[in-house]
Design a protein around this ligand. Structure first.
Ligand code: HSE
Length: 435
């Protein structure tokens, strides 16, 4: 049986997918049965890097998702609309959906998965997180015997590229961002990447897979990298850390005795000995801790035509493999390791109850007793300190750097509020989390 693919979008990723489907030699034998049937584009006249037969091209995207001959709709147009509506229409017409659209899945996942379940079709999303890194199927299948406790990801290549260059060159954020934009590593509007929104979409998806519940994307605590300075990176290096934008999902005991999820994206001081500290440039990595497996890390290219297309095609193959030998229109149960069966939303720990180590850099007056006063403000609010050092004096101004033990965020914030009231403190110049 041939599986007919309707491809929505022939941009970077779509072009990569078409290239694989049109050149199956040397790949999985199952690909011989997968045919590129129609390709939806915005304009028929645009010059293309991929040689797709003109007869396959159409600007009628609705025609693809309602085409009775199409078995699998591959959505790689991105954005929220019309991607969401086209996927829903495809599902309503009994098509399986393969998508790379993290923003749509993170926001409309429940609606899309409910519709897919009702129609008995798959929604596959390996390409939505980590580009070419296999992480979605490993979480669904290979790690199914583990009780996962934490998942830490470098899941945004643009910010990892910027932070890596800032660390290597001692440069400031704005200068590296401008250069990254000129080189094509960052978009003209870099908001989704540098403000952590793209990483928040991805950790919402990964958390749902890793912890077996639905996740409300709006509850991801999210800070980007705009405020990370060359000074912070230099201090981090002196203390034995590198700064990475981490997307974190971890179990933590809730106030009612039930586990809650700590779900956040923020720049983080990562100890130099940690495997994530060595993930540089535009690469991605996802570090998973579970029982009994221990620690495992998935590393690779997190974006780009080839890697993302590789993930899309793996999903097409999984669907085609699972449907083989079945009557095309006959209802049959979905494979439980490919489909999504979550119903309930996972409880998310409120921001003030998150537990973390913190790095704080203060600008203070250089006078007797300042360090003691800072220490007392922390101690009075139950915030235990790992180190507190005066690192630099310029004129009458001193720089004091504090690293805390793991503390409750609410207690830490109360201590910072009290310190800010102290006349000796000129500025809390930066606050970062420490792994
Ligand atoms: N903007 C994303 C990144 C692309 O920088 O990682 C892949 O999702």
């Amino acid at each position: 049986m041939a599986f007919k693919v309707g491809l929505l979008g022939l941009g970077t990723v779509g072009g990569g997918v078409a290239q694989i489907l049109l050149d199956a030699k040397g790949r999985s034998p199952l690909l011989q049965d997968v045919k590129l049937h129609r390709v939806g584009v915005r304009s028929l006249d645009k010059p293309r890097s991929v040689d797709v037969p003109e007869a396959l091209l159409t600007t009628d995207l609705e025609g693809i998702v309602t085409d009775p001959d199409v078995d699998i709709v591959v959505e790689v147009i991105g954005g929220l609309e019309p991607a969401r509506s086209l996927m829903l229409q495809a599902i309503a017409h009994g098509k399986h959906v393969v998508t790379a659209n993290k923003a749509a899945i993170a926001r409309f996942g429940p609606e899309l998965f409910d519709a897919a379940k009702a129609k008995g079709v798959y929604i596959m999303l390996e390409a939505a997180v980590g580009g070419g890194i296999p992480i979605v199927q490993p979480l669904k299948q290979s790690l199914g015997g583990d009780r996962l406790n934490a998942l830490l990801g470098i899941v945004n290549g643009t910010t990892n590229y910027i932070l890596s260059r800032m660390a290597a060159e001692g440069a400031d954020f704005a200068a590296v961002l401008a250069d990254a934009q000129a080189l094509g590593y960052a978009e003209a509007d870099p908001t989704a990447d540098v403000d952590g929104l793209d990483a928040a979409d991805k950790i919402a998806i990964l958390a749902s897979l890793a912890f077996g519940g639905r996740v409300n994307r709006e509850q991801v605590v999210c800070e980007g990298i705009r405020q990370v300075s060359a000074t912070d990176i230099a201090y981090a290096q002196k203390l034995g850390f590198v700064i990475k934008l981490l997307a974190i999902a971890a179990r933590q005991p809730g106030t009612d005795g039930q586990d809650a999820l700590s779900l956040r994206v923020h720049p983080t001081l990562v100890p130099l000995g940690h495997p994530l500290a060595r993930v540089d440039g535009a690469y991605n990595a996802i570090f998973v801790e579970g029982e009994p497996i221990g620690q495992v890390m998935f590393f690779g290219p997190g974006a780009g035509a080839g890697p993302t297309a590789s993930a899309v095609v793996s999903d097409i193959l999984n669907v085609a493999g699972s449907m083989q030998g079945r009557d095309r229109d006959g209802a049959a149960p979905l494979h439980p390791l490919l489909s999504c069966s979550h119903h309930d939303f996972f409880p998310i720990a409120p921001a003030e109850d998150l537990h973390s180590r913190f790095f704080v850099r203060f600008l203070t007056q250089d006078m007797p007793g300042v360090i003691g006063r800072i220490g007392t403000c922390f101690g009075d609010r139950g915030v235990s300190l790992e180190s507190l050092v005066q690192t630099e004096v310029k004129g009458d101004e001193a720089q004091v750097v504090v690293v805390t033990h793991t503390v409750r965020q609410g207690d830490f914030q109360a201590a910072i509020a009290a310190i800010e009231q102290d006349a000796c403190i000129r500025k809390v110049d930066s606050i970062l989390r420490v792994l």
